[in-house]
Design a protein around this ligand. Structure first.
Ligand code: AGP
Length: 612
C-alpha cells in the first residue's frame, strides 16, 4: 500500500529519479500519485488521480525539477481517490511537505485542535494532511525540522511511515516509521528514502533498514539514524544481492507470468539453502533444538490470503509427518479472539512481504503470550522477520505482481522442510519416507517444466471460459487447500466470482447452485481419493456442470469423466500442491488477459497490506 520515495542529491534530476522510483513501487497498489520538489527555494507540488502516467503529463515543465524531493503513490483509506486527496500534502504557507503511508487514528482530534487553536484550513479529506499542519505548527515553534518530526510522532497515534521536507531546511528529507516499512539507500553523491528497495535499486544496493520508532535524517552526503531520545544509532549496511533485472519484466508481458515461470528457480533456491549434502534438512541459523521441538504441544500457523493457503498445506504436512496438532488461522481473526497460546506453542507466521499488518499484530499477540515465533518470510529485514525469534526465508526473489505465485510455492517448500525437520527431531518419521519426500521435493523444478509445456492448452481453456460470471473449485485432502488458492487467484485478477469448497461438502448446500454450463475446476491429484473425487465429478456433471480436472498423468478415471484434463507429472501425493497450483495460476492469468484486466495491479488491491 502507498509507495514512498524521497531523494536528495547534488544536482537537478530529482523529478525523474522519483518518478522512476514510484513506478518501481506500482506493485504496491495505488489510485493517485504525486511529487513535491524544492524548486528555487519554494516547495512545488504536482499530483494527479489515477496512474503515474497521468502525473507524468503534468510534470513536463523543465523548471519543475530539483536536487531534492519526495513522491508518493496513494492507496485511499480516508477520502476518495482524487487530485486533492493525493499526496504530498503541505502546511498552510507551503514551507513544508509530507508523504505518508498508514493511518493516523487520532487525526480527527488533532484536526479539530489545529482548526480551533491555529485557524488552519484543511484542503483534503485525508488523515495525512494533519501531519503536514502539525509539523508546520511545531516547526514554527522550535525552528528545527528534526525536532518538529520527533514531536509530531509523540502526538499522532496509528501506523505510519512519514517522509517530510521543508524549504526552510532545503538540504534534507526526514523519515520516521511505526509499523509500516521504510528503508534508506546509500548512493553516490545522493541518498534515498523509500517504502521498498526497488525504488532506488538502480542507484544503490546499500540499504539501511529503519526500525520502528526510529527517525532518519537524509542529506546528499549522509544518512543518520536516531532513536526517540535523539541518540544516534549505528546501523550496519545491508548489501542487496538481487539485481535490477530481478525486479523487472525480463521480456514477459506481465510480472505475474514471469513470476509463474520463476517458480522452478525459487523452489530450487529455497531447497538448496536448507538441504545438506547428505540430503538432510538443516535449520542453520534457526535456534530450535530437539528439546524445544518436543516441548511444543500445538502449532498455530497464522497468515493472510495466499500465505494462509500455504499454511493450510503446511498443516497437512506437519500433522502427517511430525504428529503435532496444527491450527491454521487467518491473522485478522486470530488477533481478535482469545487464542490458547502459551510457552508450549509454536507460532508460525507466513508472509511474503513481512509487512502485513494483521500478521504482524497476530505475531505480537502470540509473543506476548509466551509463544515461540518462527516466521516464513520472503522480504529480508522486513518487520515480521525482525520481530520473530527465528526466520525461515523463502528465496523466491522479489515478487512484484500483486497476485502471489512464486511466494506461495516457496512457502510450501518451507512448510515441507519444517515438517520434515520436526518429524526427524521427534522421531515420528521413518528414514525411507523422509528420504522419499526430500527426493520428491528435489524433483519438482524439473516436473514443473512438464506443467509449463501445457501452457498453450491452458490458454485455450482460459479463452473458452473467460466470459464466465462464476466458477467453482473443488478438491479433497490437500487438493481442497489448493482449490482455495486457485479460486483466489482467479477472482483477484479476473474479477470473476469464484468459490472454492471441499468436494465432500458440495452436497451439503453448494450443489444447489449447479446448473447447465456451471464451470468447475476439480482437483483430483490424490491417489487414495481419486474414486471419491470421481463420484463428486459425476454428481456435478449429472446436473450439467462443465468440469476441468487437474489429475496425475495416467489417471484415466478422472480424465475420462472430465471435459478437460490438465495433467501433472506423477509424484507423491504429499507434494502435489507444488505442481497443481501452477495450471490454476496460468488459467487465472490467461482469463484475466482475455478479459483485458490490469493483471499485475488488480483494482482495489495492494501488494503489501500495511493497514488493518
Ligand atoms: C494473493 O495473491 C495476495 N497477494 C494476498 O492474498 C497476499 O497473499 C496477502 O495479502 C498476504 O500478504 P503477505 O504474504 O505479504 O503477508
Amino acid at each position: 500500500m502507498c509507495g514512498i520515495v524521497g531523494y536528495v542529491g547534488n544536482e537537478t534530476g530529482a523529478k525523474d529519479i522519483i518518478l522512476g522510483g514510484l513506478k518501481s513501487l506500482e506493485y504496491r497498489g495505488y489510485d493517485s500519485a504525486g511529487i513535491a520538489l524544492i524548486c528555487k527555494g519554494k516547495i512545488e507540488v504536482r499530483k494527479k488521480v489515477g496512474e503515474i502516467s497521468n502525473l507524468e503529463k503534468i510534470v513536463g515543465d523543465p523548471s519543475f525539477d530539483s536536487n531534492i524531493g519526495i513522491g508518493h503513490t496513494r492507496w485511499a483509506t480516508h477520502g476518495v481517490p482524487s487530485d486533492i486527496n493525493a499526496h504530498p500534502h503541505c502546511n498552510s504557507d507551503e514551507t513544508l511537505s509530507i508523504v505518508h503511508n498508514g493511518i493516523i487514528e487520532n487525526y480527527m482530534e488533532i484536526k479539530e485542535q489545529l482548526v480551533r487553536e491555529h485557524d488552519i484550513t484543511f484542503k483534503s479529506d485525508t488523515d495525512s494532511e494533519v501531519i503536514a499542519h502539525l509539523l508546520g505548527v511545531y516547526f514554527d515553534e522550535c525552528g528545527d525540522l528534526q525536532d518538529a518530526v520527533a514531536r509530531a510522532t509523540k502526538r499522532i497515534r496509528g501506523t505510519y511511515t512519514i517522509v517530510a521536507m521543508s524549504s526552510r531546511e532545503p538540504d534534507k528529507i526526514i523519515g520516521v516509521r511505526k509499523d509500516t516499512p521504510l528503508v534508506a539507500g546509500l548512493g553516490k553523491g545522493c541518498n534515498f528514502l523509500a517504502s521498498d528497495i526497488p525504488a532506488f535499486l538502480k542507484y544503490s544496493g546499500q540499504v539501511y533498514f529503519i526500525e520502528n520508532g526510529e527517525l532518519v535524517v537524509v542529506t546528499k552526503d549522509d544518512i543518520r539514524i536516531f532513536d526517540t531520545e535523539r541518540n544516534e544509532i549505528h546501523r550496519d549496511v545491508f548489501h542487496v544481492t538481487w539485481d535490477v533485472d530481478a525486479a523487472e519484466k525480463g521480456g514477459y508481458e506481465h510480472f505475474m507470468l514471469k513470476e509463474i515461470h520463476e517458480q522452478p528457480a525459487g523452489i530450487e533456491e529455497t531447497l538448496t539453502r536448507r538441504l545438506d549434502d547428505d540430503g538432510l534438512v538443516n535449520l542453520d541459523g534457526i535456534n530450535m533444538t530437539k528439546e524445544d521441538i518436543s516441548k511444543f504441544n500445538k502449532i498455530y500457523i497464522v497468515a493472510c490470503g495466499t500465505a494462509y493457503h500455504a499454511g493450510l498445506v503446511g498443516k497437512y504436512a506437519i500433522e502427517k509427518m511430525a504428529k503435532i496438532t496444527v491450527e491454521v488461522d487467518v491473522a485478522s481473526e486470530f488477533r481478535y479472539r482469545d487464542p490458547l497460546v502459551d510457552e508450549k506453542t509454536l507460532f508460525i507466521a507466513i508472509s511474503q512481504s513481512g509487512e502485513t499488518q494483521d500478521t504482524l499484530q497476530a505475531l505480537r499477540l502470540a509473543r506476548s503470550k509466551g509463544a515461540r515465533v518462527l516466521s516464513v518470510v520472503n522480504v529480508i529485514g522486513s518487520s515480521v522477520a525482525r520481530e520473530s525469534d527465528d526466520v525461515f526465508y523463502t528465496w523466491a526473489g522479489p515478487e512484484i505482481a500483486v497476485a502471489s505465485t512464486k511466494a506461495y510455492t516457496t512457502q510450501l517448500v518451507c512448510m515441507y522442510l519444517i515438517a520434515l525437520y520436526m518429524a526427524k527431531a521427534k522421531g515420528t518419521i521413518e528414514d525411507a519416507y523422509y528420504r522419499m519426500i526430500i527426493n520428491e521435493l528435489k524433483g519438482i523444478p524439473e516436473k514443473l517444466n512438464m506443467v509449463f509445456s501445457q501452457e498453450k492448452e491452458i490458454e485455450k481453456i482460459a479463452e473458452q471460459f473467460h466470459r464466465q460470471n462464476e466458477m467453482f473449485f473443488i478438491g479433497r485432502g490437500v487438493d481442497s487447500a489448493v482449490s482455495l488458492e486457485g479460486s483466489l487467484k482467479l477472482k483477484e485478477i479476473s474479477y470473476i466470482n469464484s468459490f472454492a469448497i471441499a468436494a465432500g461438502e458440495l452436497k451439503h448446500g453448494t450443489i444447489a447452485l449447479v446448473e447447465n454450463g456451471t464451470v468447475f475446476f476439480a482437483l483430483a491429484t490424490q491417489d487414495g481419493l481419486a474414486e471419491k473425487m470421481g463420484s463428486n465429478i459425476e454428481e456435478i456433471k449429472a446436473r450439467g456442470a462443465y468440469v476441468i480436472a487437474v489429475a496425475k498423468e495416467g489417471s484415466r478415471l478422472i480424465a475420462d469423466l472430465a471435459d478437460n484434463c490438465i495433467f501433472i507429472p506423477k509424484c507423491a501425493d504429499e507434494v502435489t500442491p507444488l505442481l497443481t497450483v501452477v495450471p490454476l495460476q496460468m488459467f487465472a492469468y490467461y482469463v484475466a488477459k482475455f478479459r483485458g484486466c490490469n493483471i499485475d495491479k488488480p483494482k482495489n488491491l495492494a501488494k503489501s497490506v500495511t493497514v488493518e
